[in-house]
Every structure is written in C-alpha cells, then in structure tokens.
Ligand binder design. Structure first.
Ligand code: EPZ
Length: 416
C-alpha cells in the first residue's frame, strides 16, 4: 500500500494547472451509456474512480480506450444491464449508471454503490424518483432490480437537492419519452457540465444549474467531443494549501466563481485571492487569523468536500474556528488523525471546534477518506518534522499526481 512521506515546513510558491473535475467526469461516463456513438473526453485525469467507471462500462459491453490524455468511449454495442457487487461497491458513482441503463436498455440489475465512509449515503431519492417517473424498482439481496414501464408522473420533487439523484434522474429522463420536470434539483456546476455534455449528444435539457430542470425525452443520442470543467474541489484544496503554507500560488484553469464561498473565508483569514485572466492566485500572510465559522451546504454554499481541509486551516490560524457539517452525518473521521499531529479539536455530531495553535508535529497518520486524506497531507506540509500518510489509495480516487503538483510548488513530499 502506497504512502506519502512528507517533510513539513516549506512555503508553497509557483503555478500548477487544475485538472478536469472528478465529479463531472463520473456522471458523464455514466451518461455515455445513453449514447449510441463515440464520445471523446479530452484531458481526462486518471483518477482511480474514473478507472473504476471505465471498468463498469467495459463490463457492460462498452468500448473504452485511452488515447494519451484523452478517453474514447463507445457504448453503441452495450449488451449487458447488470453491474456486479464487485464493480459497483468500489465507487459511489456506480449508482449513477442505474438511470442510463434503465433508459437505454429497459431493465437493470445494479448492486449497491460504495463511496467514502462519510455517512450512510442512502439512495432513496434516486429510487423514489425513478419509481415516480414510471419504473418498477425492487431491492433484493444487495441488488436494485429495475424495469422501465410506461410514464407515470411528469413532475417530481426531490426531498433534498441530491447531486447524484439529480444526475441519475436527468440522465434517465433524457431518453424517456415525454417531458420530465425535476423540482428542488441540485445546482452544482457539475450538473450544468453533465447537461452540457448530454445536450451536445442531442438531449433536450433546460434549467441545469437552477432548482428546476426540464427534460424532453428523445429517441437517440449521438456521440460528441467534450472537456469537463476544472475541478473546483482540487482548486479549493490547493487554495487552502496556499493559505496553510504561507504560499503564493497561481492555479491555472481554476474558475473563481466556482469557489466564491471558500474565497470569502480565505480573505477573512487575511489571504489575498485574485481573479486572474485564466485562473486564481492566492497570496497568504505569514500569520493567519481564524476564518470564524463555516456551515457546509449545497451549492453555492460552502462545499462539504472542502470541510476537512478547512479543519487543517483552522489548526494553523490564530484563534478559534467552528465547522458545522450539514450535508453528511459523519464527516469528521479524519479528526482523530489530526489529533495525533498535535491539533486541538473537539467535535460532537455535526459541530467541530478547532483551537488554532500555529503548531503541528509530524506523525504517522492514516487517510480515513478522500478529502480527509487531503486534509492530512496539508497538515503534514505545515508540520514540524516528518509525516507519513498511509492508505493514500483513497486520496488517489479524487486527486491525480497530487504529490507531483505539490513538489512543483516547493513541497517536500514523495510517494513511497
Ligand atoms: C456527490 O455525492 C459527490 N460525489 C460528493 O463528493 C459530494 O460530497 C456530494 O455530491 C455533495 O456535494 C460525486 O459526485 C461522485 P448527495 P452524492 O446525493 O451524490 C443524502 C467527493 O469527495 N442523500 O448530494 O452521493 C446523503 O446521504 C465526494 O468528491 C439521501 O438521503 O451526494 C447526503 O447526506 C464525497 N438520499 C446528502 O443527501 C439519496 O438518495 C447529499 O448527498 C441521496 C443522498
């Protein structure tokens, strides 16, 4: 099992390029199941979760081929509608294939998804939406059995603006005859990107990015070429790394507007965050003030996927910081590892209190999940002494060449 070996204390300075978004590419790969033709995805980072989705498409009878940094996908010949537990349990995004398989093939048998250990992660909103639209859904022996029947409802209201459920349902509706309206839809930029991709393939989706999405079902979707949006969570992680490590960093391709909630908080800490022509620049002070408090929320609120990284920032600021985690019910598993590095943190249910100490010490720690692991890397880069971060396969799920980018900025980190 790979580890990161980090020697802390260096400032981070320089420029890196932000990769295409993991949480765009995963639903887009699921969306390829709907497409009767070749899709060329440009500049695809080899995230572990992207590779897991490619395995799923291959298993369905799809064609997947890396062409340098590009990924060629062709699901014209898919002939299977089943995803085994072995394949589905590796990633959360396996559940995103349920809608597309049902809509394209008329039936599906998909095992329950996996994903980071940050809460129960039920799929009731996905399944209830499909049932309301006109699918027969049965859950049995760890599998979801689905059958596309004639349309039931045309309008569905999500009880919570779930990102994945919005994506699953708009993909199902793309090939489902008639009009579908999704109310209380998620508004994340990745939803807009997915709709943009599907519309390039001939879908008729309006309103993505708002809480009401309209879909006119079409008979067939053709191939296209697409480049996913830059990864706002990778960009946010590097912005926080810049703040933590007294940095001056330019993030090429990063979209300022996608990180407004984070940038507001970094400016409270005393950082200068500049909107550049083709990216974002952060210049951090040597002494940081507390960001006060953050409350995670659906987009455009503060992203839950940057919550662990903000805890690390809170450890190195002056004063006390508060984190309210409102999206997932147990997303503080990483705190025990930060305590091993000398952090002063207490949490109870969804609230975390961090006393900034401006001092952390290297230790041997363990990545509890994708973003919690990233928080430990940032802590190691700040700490006095050596840190090893174990179980970094979880980090590789959503960051590509993380250590190479950090070395390019002056960080002393290597994979061992
Ligand atoms: C997506 O997960 C992202 N993953 C997550 O990123 C991200 O944290 C999350 O959206 C929120 O932004 C991908 O896109 C692959 P949700 P998803 O459905 O779709 C509850 C990362 O680090 N819920 O919006 O699973 C759920 O339990 C990952 O990159 C139900 O109750 O998130 C959670 O409390 C982590 N029933 C809340 O909604 C459902 O049917 C938000 O979940 C679905 C969700």
């Amino acid at each position: 099992m790979d580890k990161f070996f980090i020697n802390g204390g260096n400032c981070l300075k320089g420029e890196i390029k932000i990769d295409c978004a993991k949480n765009s590419l995963l639903p887009i790969l699921a969306g390829c199941i709907l497409v009767n033709g070749q899709v060329l995805l440009k500049n695809v980072p080899k995230y572990k979760d992207v590779c897991a989705m490619c395995d799923i498409l291959l298993n369905l009878g799809g064609f997947v081929k890396w062409q340098g940094d590009d990924l060629l996908v062709d699901c014209s010949q898919i002939d299977k509608s089943e995803i085994s537990n072995e394949l589905a349990s590796v990633v959360r995004s396996s559940i995103f294939t349920l809608g597309p398989i049902l809509s394209r093939l008329g039936c599906a048998k998909v095992a329950y998804p996996g994903g980071c250990d940050i809460g129960l992660r039920p799929i009731d909103i996905h399944l209830n939406g499909l049932k309301e639209l006109g699918c027969k859904i049965v859950e049995k022996n760890g599998y979801i059995y689905g059958q596309k029947l004639k349309r039931n409802k045309s309008e569905i209201m999500l009880k919570f603006p779930s990102v994945g459920a919005t994506e699953n349902l708009l993909m199902f509706a793309s090939l489902f005859e008639g009009r579908t309206v999704i109310y209380n839809a998620a508004k994340e930029p990745e939803i807009v990107d997915l709709a943009c991709f599907l519309n390039k393939c001939g879908a008729k989706i309006d309103g993505a990015g708002s809480d009401i999405i309209l879909v006119e079902g079409v008979k067939n979707l053709h191939g296209c070429e697409h480049q996913a949006i830059p990864d706002r969570i990778e960009a946010g992680t590097f912005l926080i790394a810049g703040a933590v490590c007294n940095g001056d960093i330019y993030l090429k391709n990063a979209i300022y507007e996608h990180n407004s909630a984070l940038i507001d908080k970094l400016e409270v800490c005393g950082c200068k965050v500049l909107k550049e022509k083709k990216g974002i620049r952060i210049i951090a002070p040597s002494v940081l003030e507390s960001f006060g408090d953050i409350e995670t929320a659906v987009y455009p609120g503060f992203p839950t996927d940057l919550q662990p990284q903000m805890a690390t920032l809170g450890c190195v600021c002056n004063g006390c910081s508060l984190i309210f985690e409102n999206v997932f019910e147990s997303r503080f598993n990483y705190v025990g590892q930060l305590l091993k590095m000398g952090a002063d943190i207490k949490f109870k249910s969804s609230i975390c209190i961090i006393r900034g100490k401006r001092k952390l010490y290297g230790a041997d720690v363990w990545a509890t999940d994708l973003r919690g692991g990233a928080a430990l890397v940032l802590a190691g880069l700040f700490s006095e002494g050596y840190t090893t971060v174990d179980n970094i396969g979880l980090i590789d799920r959503g960051y590509f060449k993380l250590e190479e980018k950090l070395v390019a900025l002056g960080g002393d980190i290597k994979r061992i």
